[in-house]
Design a protein around this ligand. Structure first.
Ligand SMILES: C[S@@+](CC[C@H](N)C(=O)[O-])C[C@H]1O[C@@H](n2cnc3c(N)ncnc32)[C@H](O)[C@@H]1O
Length: 278
């Protein structure tokens, strides 16, 4: 694996030749990604650095290669069940709802939420804002078409979250998939219905800048499975940033394995799967 010295040379070279700063990425997984990039492009370390210095398009490409874009429709179903039954009902009486998906990847997280907002009858008054460092995934999110055979579990997740009610086993909602997406077996695709694609504002944004690119206050921020790639210092700084971007009593939703240490110090109260701004 790449030595710490080479890792630092890589980070400094990127910093000197672009606006990206990977200094606060978690070292191990980051070094593994660079190893993979060198292998995929057939470059040794000296050649990699030479390319970074001479070609800004190459930098853009490797930033995309560094990011891990794994995602899923209703990823961690128990979190989405809680979003549906414990979180969203609290916003029902709001005149308007603003939600930020920070690190939205290819959009499955956005569509999961929009399906639930529609089920609860609050989709029309909700504005979705979504950002990612990688423009390619934003484009895929906008298109909203996913391979079917790789993602057959999306249907099971839908059943768990949209049809079943884990808080009341007597309730089963026989909602057809076609209400939200078309299953096109011939072309091996799941195609999101057009009404779900409306009213989403996308922006390319690097969370390392610790800024609110949309410049509004949010009722919910989803930042799931993104912070695991950062060191604890940057994670904590971002918890403060998100706190500043939320309305009072706004929600922060993290990945199933992510949490905030000493959340009260930053200004959050933990509430099951979520953090609420004090
Ligand atoms: C593993 S995906 C998580 C997607 C989705 N939130 C989920 O939980 O399924 C992580 C996403 O974070 C994005 N990301 C990584 N570093 C970032 C940064 N510095 N700023 C913004 N997005 C970043 C990646 O491009 C990727 O799309």
């Amino acid at each position: 694996m790449l030595s710490t010295k080479d890792l630092n040379i890589f980070i400094e070279t990127i910093k000197d030749n672009s606006s990206y700063d990977f200094s606060d990425y978690s070292e191990k997984s980051f070094a593994r990604r660079i190893d993979k990039i060198m292998k995929d492009y057939g470059l040794n370390f000296t050649q990699l650095i030479r390319n970074i210095k001479s070609n800004s398009n190459f930098i853009e490409q490797i930033v995309k290669d560094i990011t891990v874009n794994t995602t899923e429709l209703f990823r961690d179903t128990e979190v989405w069940q809680a979003v549906k039954y414990r979180l969203l009902p609290k916003l029902k009486n709001n005149e308007q709802i603003n939600i930020w998906h920070a690190g939205c990847s290819t959009g499955q997280e956005i569509y999961s939420l929009k399906i639930l907002l529609n089920e609860l009858g609050i989709l029309e008054k909700t504005n979705i804002y979504a950002s990612d460092i990688n423009e390619d995934v934003i484009e895929k999110s906008n298109i909203g078409i996913y391979p079917l055979s790789f993602n057959i579990e999306y249907l099971e997740n839908f059943d768990q979250v949209v049809r079943k009610n884990p808080y009341n086993f007597d309730q089963y909602l026989d909602i057809p998939y076609s209400k939200y997406f078309k299953i096109d077996k011939e072309n091996d695709s799941i195609i999101m219905n057009n009404f779900l694609k409306k009213n989403i504002t996308y922006k390319k944004h690097d969370l390392v800048t610790k800024t609110n690119i949309f410049d509004i206050q949010f009722d919910i921020i989803f930042c799931r499975n993104v912070l695991i790639y950062f060191n604890t210092k940057l994670q904590r700084e971002l918890f403060y940033t998100f706190n500043g971007c939320l309305h009072r009593k706004g929600f922060l939703v993290l990945g199933a394995s992510e949490s905030i240490v000493n959340e009260k110090e930053i200004g959050y109260v933990r509430h099951g799967n979520f953090y609420i701004k004090k």
